[in-house]
Design a protein around this ligand. Sequence first.
Ligand code: SF4
Length: 240
Amino acid sequence: MKNINAFKSNPESRDARAILEWALGKFTPKRLLLASSFSIEDQVLTHLLSGLEAKARVFTLDTGRLFEETHAVMRATMERYELAIEVYAPFETDVEALVSDGGPDLFYESVEKRKKCCEVRKVRPLKFALSSADAWICGLRREQSQTRTELEAVEWDEGNGLFKINPLFNWTEKDVWQFIRENNVPYNKLYDEGFRSVGCAPCTRAVREGEDVRAGRWWWESPEHKECGLHKSPVKGKGA
Ligand code: SF4
């Protein structure tokens, strides 16, 4: 098994499988969780994990506002990899209070209200899911947005109090698609309609030629606000 410093010292590393193997050796597999939103990146990771002997758990957050196409690829993924995916939903009382107070589409009214919705539908369920983990695996890539340019293979996630593993930190979108095509990995059909990142239905749209990958997420907000609270800036340098 490689030392994690090999990935840190080689900024060109794209060996996602080796990073996953390192993580599975470093952490108890039952306490290592892959967070999947069924993005093309997460599908690459699910595919790679399925080929490894030790298995991390796979979970998803069903916000209650997902596209039908996302549920379709979830079904296809469970079948293809014979995988039990853990599903975490928002707490019912939180959603009732959120919608009673702000209405079903409060997120269009202000960044603050949008973040409140993400907090209820994503961040709180995520914290609950991660309470049974020592590390989580994500499909983040540096080139996805201006908020992710300094991503590392392994980071300390201060907000959630555990390690975050980013095996695709250095992959390009082209690398991801090449892997998907070569391995016939199931993917969300919305990508064929111009989507380049898929989140909740009311907050995601297709992007135009030349636009940023995440331009279709919360398109009414400015780029520096475009995170949902799941991926806050990490603390660098804490050794795994
Ligand atoms: Fe709510 Fe939109 Fe955030 Fe989904 S992406 S949790 S609908 S604000």
